[in-house]
Design a binder for this molecule. Structure first.
Ligand code: NAD
Ligand code: IPM
Ligand code: MN
Length: 347
């Protein structure tokens, strides 16, 4: 069987132990299936070299089958705007990973703050433009007349492809799509987004479409998450809603994500939703489940659904036993060992 070449970027803080845990699980489930090459690109690397990644970093990554990333950012050492615009965000853009897929459901045995089960949401976040375009500037900096402008850019290409992707996902699920805007207050981009949604809905008559304002759907995700299936949102709205989605699924330690280029021209990237968690970074208590679930998404993407399913079953067996279900109680090593043991029991 062929192996898959993976670029491993652990990054900062808890990114390092959670990726190590996930790779141990991958190796146990299918020895040699993933062929990892590690890259030390991180805030530490920035302090040593003046760059988050080398100038040819994107070209280096291009040859891999996928990128597996832990977390980037260490605000005490390097400003977030520098570290994220030097590594994570350029990768998403350069490889046109326009669909950021983030599943939110409760694993067995995990009690969210609100309910024990009953929802299964797939957030599809636009990942290359919108509020993250980086267009803008500051004038009269530091003076009383200072003005800062941050322009959100929405292109027809960008809006159409993310909504089309959302409709296609909905067709493979419960055929419900929630389109998220703030078109009551934002009269250009979000009205445009609503129009594209309505046009595409004509192509997918089987899909039941709902339009929500981002504030209203935030409340709905808490009060009635079972009414939602596929949720499609812009870059910033999707970012915020997916930390909320993480919260209702039990915490950031459970939320996985895939940054996909559906055209498969370049590598896609897989990473937990959470960041480097400086507050717990040296305590050995980071939950590796978000990273392991992201590994599962990577294996599915690489055409290894059987291995992916076995790992997901081992994760679910682990949480069903109450291991890793309460934030901060079990160590990273204990949770990883339980997943490895559950894998072994499958044989
Ligand atoms: P964060 O996600 O790192 O942490 C938020 C809270 O959730 C913290 O209390 C943390 O302890 C907890 N948490 C997160 N992951 C956990 C896990 N696996 N297990 C247990 N608890 C977990 O968000 P933040 O504090 O806003 O950001 C910290 C740094 O990470 C910043 O530099 C930020 O820019 C960066 N960041 C990076 C990414 C990424 O690389 N994809 C994502 C989010 C934030
Ligand atoms: C995420 C993160 C990033 C984002 C940050 C670190 C730039 O919060 O992946 O959700 O906003 O996309
Ligand atoms: Mn986020």
């Amino acid at each position: 069987r062929t192996s898959h070449r993976i670029a491993l970027i652990p990054g900062d803080g808890i990114g390092i132990p959670v990726l190590e845990a996930a790779m141990a699980v991958a190796e146990a489930a299918a020895p040699g299936l993933l062929e990892p090459t590690g890259f030390p690109w991180s805030c530490e690397h920035y302090l040593q070299t003046g760059r988050m990644m080398p100038e040819d970093g994107i070209e280096t990554l291009r040859g891999f089958d996928a990128i597996f990333l832990g977390a980037v950012g260490w605000p005490a050492k390097v400003p977030d705007a520098v570290s994220l615009h030097g590594l994570l965000l350029p990768i998403r853009k350069a490889f046109v990973q326009y669909a950021n897929i983030r599943p939110h459901r409760l694993l067995p045995g995990v009690e969210g703050p609100l309910r024990k089960d009953g929802f299964d949401i797939l957030c599809i976040r636009e990942n290359t433009e919108g509020e993250y375009s980086g267009a803008g500037g500051r004038v009269h900096q530091g003076t009383g007349d200072e003005v800062a402008v941050e322009t959100a850019i929405f292109t027809r290409t960008g809006v159409e492809r993310i909504l089309r992707f959302g409709f296609e996902q909905a067709m493979g699920r419960r055929r419900k799509l929630a389109s998220v805007t703030k078109s009551n207050a934002q009269k250009y981009s979000m009205v445009f987004w609503d129009e594209v949604t309505r046009d595409l809905a004509l192509e997918f008559p089987e899909v039941e479409v709902s339009h929500y304002h981002v504030d209203a759907i935030a409340a709905r995700m808490v009060m009635a998450p079972e009414t939602l299936d596929v949720v499609v949102a812009s870059n910033l709205f999707g970012d915020i809603l997916t930390d909320l989605g993480a919260a209702i699924q039990g915490g950031l330690g459970f939320a996985a994500s895939a940054n996909i280029d559906p055209t498969r021209k370049g590598p896609s990237m897989f990473e937990p939703v959470h960041g480097s968690a400086p507050d717990i970074a040296d305590q050995g208590i980071a939950n590796p489940i978000a990273a392991i679930w992201s590994l599962v998404m990577m294996l599915d993407h690489l055409g290894e659904p059987a291995v992916a399913a076995r790992i997901m079953a081992a994760v679910e067996a682990t949480t069903a036993r109450g291991i890793g279900t309460v934030p901060g109680r079990d160590s990273t090593d204990q949770i990883t060992a339980a997943v490895l043991a559950a894998l072994e029991e499958q044989e």
